[in-house]
Design a protein around this ligand. Sequence first.
Ligand code: PLP
Length: 366
Amino acid sequence: MISLIDLKRQYLSIKDEINKAVIETLESGNYILGETVEKFEKDICNYLGVNYAIGVANGTDALVISLKALGIGPQDEVITTPWTFFATAEAIVQVGAKPVFVDVDKDTYNIDVNQIESKITKNTKAILPVHIFGQPADMDPINDLAKKYNLFVIEDACQAFGSEYKNRKIGTLGDIACFSFFPTKNLGGFGDGGIIVTNKQEIAEKVRLLRQHGMKKKYYNEIIGFNSRLDAIQAAMLDVKLKYIDNWNKARRRIANAYKQNISLDKIILPYEKNGLKHIYHLFVLQYENRELIMKYLNENNISTGVYYPVPLHLTKALEYLGYKKGDFPIAEMLSTKTFAIPMFPELNENEINYIISKINMFGGK
Ligand SMILES: *Cc1c(COP(=O)(O)O)cnc(C)c1O
């Protein structure tokens, strides 16, 4: 069976370095935050070209803490998309604010920038674009609107480490950005982890306070915060992986190109890559009218598939109280019935790639 992602293969490819980093951390006697995490934070700053990076416990916390750090709370509205992982909207609700959805673009699956302005009210505090599946959202018009209406821009970059928008790295384009190191993300740890990045000192200081019980100095708590720290062992392993991320992203793009150039099944819709933007294909998501049939066929041929996402967020039970209904976001709803992912990870080999392509092209169902 070719899995959607094979985490063990990646580990085995750098096993000695990872094991060494783990043992060094174990022997250091320091297991949460500390020097190892600081070094990783610095390396992230250098990689992205950003002033501050603050490691946290996971990507969801990164979003919650970022919203809090910007002072967003009850009565406030945050504009985002319903076509994302649940955590994006969950974080907005967790700080007491209201998610306001805007439908996505039918080609990029990212927030439709032409529909944002009509959703801005006197309560809107921020726009929270998601770089979905690794495809950068259209940040220039988002930043223009934010400037015009004095809003914050929070990037949910959890699926897009190393993606680029007009030669600028994702995560450096708004006021603050959130990354997740959940194992299946394109920069994934061996457990939970996340990081918040920003160029603004004031915001960085607030984030640092919030991640650890609102204190700079132990037992001198200044505000109510969280316990959301990055483990040293995760930071040590992620620091090893950071050296490989450009090569891995290149491999993802090479596989995506092979898929795009060779999958020729009638009526299948391939992912779109906007000119001038660098998509890193965290997931390779296709559209097909009869998704269930082709997924069943691929599974019978030992090719794993997955659905991202079967329920757009405005139709989830948890967010029912917001009052949205079916038909509110036609593109997101259409995508939720037609999209499916095929295997995508840097270590996929030529034989597997060719096999997947040929099986898709041989699909005879309708
Ligand atoms: C994974 C993900 C998150 C949450 O990250 P965790 O580390 O799992 O908490 C948030 N937003 C998006 C778009 C994600 O894909």
